[in-house]
Design a protein around this ligand. Structure first.
Ligand code: SAH
Length: 350
């Protein structure tokens, strides 16, 4: 089987190329073709000899991430993409424009096994984790398709990144490494539902990335109702792991809280949120829940959400109410892939 050439760090690629009997600078050229110029085929590598390109293509492959579908929001230019991987699985990614630059949201797994009660990504369970090159491939394809530089990357698409830890770490190293796209670690966010042991491991890497913690409930009980992962890790343990991440890296945690009408947006929820976050140096991101057909959950109305935010602010909590992007496309996590998989299944059943 051919080897996946985009999954090597610079040092690893150097070792591979040396083992082929090639000089050191060739590794630098190839790495640049793969991770800066975002080549999709060895034939694009015009400063390599024909013979070397042939030898490379005999031993290695650049795994394709092929665009299947693009939806563009007419409201704000947000674009949602469906990509096909080499084995026929599909993942989705999102392109968002902000005043500070272009941000892409990528998937870390095909499906997800965390089963959060409001999230479309978990509905069909987990198929597999993505390789580092499949995560990079989403960023690279988006940059090539859009013809503009990606400045921020958030790992908040389908999947639980810390459930695919080793691949995630290689991905982060290549993405932020100075010989690749060199995206600043401070412009990268990894979102987790709270896999405690992996949060400690990540803290020990001393990366400057932002860790986002999906909170969604401010008590153990409430969290358990919404997120099965809370059965494995108590809220207190998760918060202690967040504190450790902040201590080790100096990076403030972003807590994410999807507001669901009548479920976690009451006065009592507010009190509990203030109790756990009031004394923490952190950021809280409120996200009106995106409705998912299968669940029937509702957003609070805008006034209530704003009220919720204002009260938190009064207690000194650093909070934002997320502006909704791409509201007219399948905006919520996993919904585009879900509708694709559903259509395919229905077609197959006909
Ligand atoms: N597994 C990771 C990352 C993927 S989900 C995690 O749990 O953090 C990215 C974020 O979107 C999480 O905060 C998740 O809880 C949230 N999310 C999922 N479905 C949503 C929905 N329908 N509406 C609003 N936010 C949702």
């Amino acid at each position: 089987m051919k080897k996946d050439i985009c999954a090597y760090t610079y040092e690893q690629l150097q070792a591979e190329i040396q083992a082929m009997g090639e000089r050191g600078f060739r590794a630098k050229q190839i790495y640049e073709w793969l991770h800066v110029r975002l080549a999709e085929d060895f034939s694009e590598m015009t400063n390599l000899s024909r013979e070397l390109k042939y030898r490379l293509s005999e031993q290695y492959e650049i795994l394709p991430v092929v665009m299947l579908e693009k939806q563009e929001s007419r409201l704000d230019g947000t674009c949602k993409f469906l990509f096909r991987l080499h084995d026929g699985n599909v993942v989705e990614s999102v392109w968002m424009r902000y005043h500070y630059g272009n941000s892409v949201c990528i998937s870390s797994q095909v499906g997800c096994r965390m089963g959060c009660r409001f999230c479309a990504s978990g509905i069909g369970g987990l198929a597999r984790g993505l390789s580092p090159s499949e995560m990079l491939g989403q960023v690279y394809r988006l940059q090539r398709i859009m013809g503009e530089r990606v400045s921020n990357v958030v790992v908040m698409g389908t999947g639980e990144p810390l459930d695919n830890y080793d691949s995630l770490l290689t991905f982060l190293r290549i993405l932020t490494g100075e010989k690749g796209l060199h995206i600043s670690q401070r412009n990268v966010t990894v979102s987790t539902c709270g896999i405690v042991p992996k949060m400690y491991e990540l803290a020990k890497e001393h990366l400057q990335i932002t860790l986002a913690l999906s909170l969604h409930g401010a008590t153990q009980e409430k969290r358990k109702q919404l997120m099965p992962v809370a059965n494995a890790y108590e809220l207190e343990e998760v918060l202690t792991a967040c504190d450790a991440y902040f201590r080790e890296t100096g990076r403030r945690i972003t807590f994410e809280y999807s507001l669901i009408r009548g479920v976690n947006d009451t006065e009592e929820d507010l009190r509990e949120l203030i109790r756990i976050l009031g004394s923490r140096n952190c950021h809280l991101n409120l996200i009106p829940v995106n409705s998912v057909k299968e669940y029937g959950l509702k957003q609070p109305d805008r006034k209530n959400a704003q009220n919720f935010k204002n009260k938190l602010e009064k207690y000194g909590i650093n909070v934002t109410l997320r502006r909704e992007l791409g509201a007219d496309i399948d905006g919520a996590c996993g919904q585009l892939r879900r509708s694709y998989v559903r259509t395919r299944t229905e077609e197959a059943e006909l």
